[in-house]
Write a protein that binds this ligand. Structure first.
Ligand SMILES: O=C(O)CCC(=O)C(=O)O
Length: 274
């Protein structure tokens, strides 16, 4: 049984990031890093994350009655608000520091968290870029995708199109069948980096990087926690679609257009200024 002090230490330790890894992230728009978190840390926080997913999940339709997007995963957002254990996890200085270093910014705040559990028999995650959904004024956003178990190809690990954060085609598409078809077609000559994740491996992808995931054909759920960070200096832009308006209301309460996004929802988890 892991001791709370051991796992807390694991969340605070420094994970060294080399200049080559920063360059790799900047060029490709994502990076996969091995041995970021220990098996004990993932088991300890994973238990609580799974408990919260079961408590808060509102998707109860059988798979065959759902549309493509809702077959991809159970999606539960901002677990940290009602769990001090999840709050501890998403406040990890180790993960925050990696995010800031990769984006080459002085610090990061939380935009939001979400658990993405691809159930046994769950469908594909269609091609998309996350920043379509976010009313923010720069591209300094990054998602830590943290599998809670080893994730082989048949469980549907996250896959990335290298360098696609520089591709502007398809940025106006919401996730679904159309994004899967049109972005998949547009990127077919760019290649796809699709591989398993070891236990403890974490990927970081930029808000405009196109990504997808295959089906989970195993009998075991693919349990993943994600933390979405933004530059500590990020400002709010006028929402340009209904999703951005909903995000503004949920994740940036009280922030004016043009204002610094530092509402009580946006925990400052790592900064070299403080
Ligand atoms: O977990 C998945 O299948 C998709 C994850 C994703 O799209 C994201 O974290 O931005």
């Amino acid at each position: 049984m892991a001791m709370a002090t051991d796992v807390l230490q694991d969340l605070s330790d420094t994970y060294p990031i080399s200049p080559e890894q920063i360059e790799q992230y900047q060029v490709n728009g994502y990076i996969k890093l091995k041995r970021v978190l220990s098996a004990e840390t993932l088991a300890y926080y994973g238990r609580e994350i799974t408990r919260k997913v079961k408590e808060l999940n509102s998707q109860h339709l059988p798979m065959e009655e759902r549309d493509l997007y809702h077959r991809a995963f159970l999606q539960v957002e901002n677990l940290w608000e009602s769990s001090s254990i999840v709050r501890e996890f998403i406040s990890s200085p180790k993960l925050g520091r990696i995010a800031a270093q990769l984006m080459e910014c002085t610090g990061v705040r939380i935009y939001h968290d979400q658990a993405l559990y691809k159930e046994a028999g769950g469908g594909i995650t269609p091609w998309h870029a996350d920043q379509y959904y976010w009313p923010v004024n720069t591209d300094k956003t990054i998602t830590a995708w943290i599998p809670l178990q080893e994730t082989p190809l048949d469980m549907g690990p996250l896959a990335f199109c290298p360098k696609s954060h520089r591709v502007t085609y398809g940025r106006d598409l919401e996730i679904g069948q159309e994004s899967e078809n049109r972005i998949g077609e547009a990127l077919k000559d760019h290649g796809i980096d699709e591989g398993k994740f070891d236990l403890g491996e974490v990927s970081f992808h930029s808000g405009w990087t196109f990504h997808r995931a295959g089906q989970n054909t195993t009998p075991t759920p693919r349990e993943v926690m994600t933390i979405i960070y933004m530059d500590e200096d990020m400002r709010l832009t006028q929402p340009v679609n209904s999703y951005q308006q909903a995000d503004r209301d949920k994740y940036c309460p009280g922030v004016e257009v043009g204002g610094l996004i530092h509402s009580p929802m946006n925990l400052l988890v790592w900064s070299s200024r403080s």
